[in-house]
Design a protein around this ligand. Structure first.
Ligand SMILES: [Zn+2]
Length: 154
């Protein structure tokens, strides 16, 4: 899923729990669950379908910044006790992508125990489960994310 969808799901989960550690843990868990849903993002397809690396990094960076600004705006509207959980849930929801998809450190981290298992789970959710869509149906994957974001706002 795109970062904005993950952030909104994590924030929604964080707004529903009282314990900040639970918000963070459920946010992390939500990442793998929602990545297993049919979706489209730049990491979901083979390398031959991702040729324009600079353009892709700009899209991903914009997605993370825009999603983070929206979450901070929503957290600012919430009560202070809930605001922290909203932010922790959102941070937890993108933590696996930060760890496992960075061009700067992910390749090296994936060689280490624990991070190797995280990568295996993340990779399964993205590529190997039976619900993922072929590239030509990527528009359906955008719809699932729009619906997910709208549900998160309720
Ligand atoms: Zn992911």
């Amino acid at each position: 899923m795109i970062a904005t969808a993950h952030l909104f799901i994590g924030a929604a989960i964080g707004s529903c729990v009282e314990n900040p550690f639970l918000a963070l843990g459920l946010g992390i868990t939500s990442h793998l669950v929602t990545d297993a849903l049919p979706h489209w993002d730049l990491g979901s397809f083979d390398k031959k379908e991702r040729k324009e690396k600079l353009k892709n990094y700009l899209i991903i960076f914009s997605d993370v910044i825009l999603g983070s600004i929206l979450i901070l705006f929503l957290a600012n509207l919430a009560e202070k006790a809930i605001a922290l959980n909203i932010i922790l849930g959102a941070m937890g929801a993108i933590l696996i992508d930060v760890i496992d998809n960075s061009p700067f450190w992910s390749y090296k981290l994936r060689q280490l125990p624990f991070f190797k298992q995280i990568h295996a789970c993340h990779s399964w959710a993205h590529h190997k489960n039976k619900w993922q869509l072929p590239f030509k149906y990527r528009f359906v994957g955008l719809i699932t994310q729009i619906v997910t974001i709208l549900i998160s706002l309720i």
